[in-house]
Design a protein. Structure first.
Length: 92
């Protein structure tokens, strides 16, 4: 279920979750065997005042290697703004 906040006719939607992956590799088991835990959040909005809309994401993934004394960690995020009226062309 995606939580959605409503402000009049505008909305902000959040889609998040957790994922656990057991990764095993038969060709290179020492270097690639790993347990990964991933957290993610996606955000999207409707157009506010026919002027700006926002899409974004944040992801964090971490986990230990099973056959080595190593731990990996990775994080990424993006934020995208759409400004103006890209959904309709206006002729002057």
């Amino acid at each position: 279920m995606t939580p959605i906040l409503h402000f009049g006719s505008n909305s902000i939607a959040f889609n998040g979750g957790l994922q656990y992956t057991i990764r095993r590799d038969t060709i290179s088991p020492v270097y690639m065997s790993q347990n990964l835990f991933k957290q993610f959040l996606y955000l999207s909005t409707s157009s506010f005042y026919n002027w700006v809309s926002i899409n974004g994401s944040a992801i964090r993934e971490a986990g230990p290697f099973t056959d080595q004394n190593l731990h990996s960690r990775d994080a990424s995020a993006s934020l995208e703004f759409t400004v103006g009226r890209p959904w309709g062309i206006r002729n002057f």
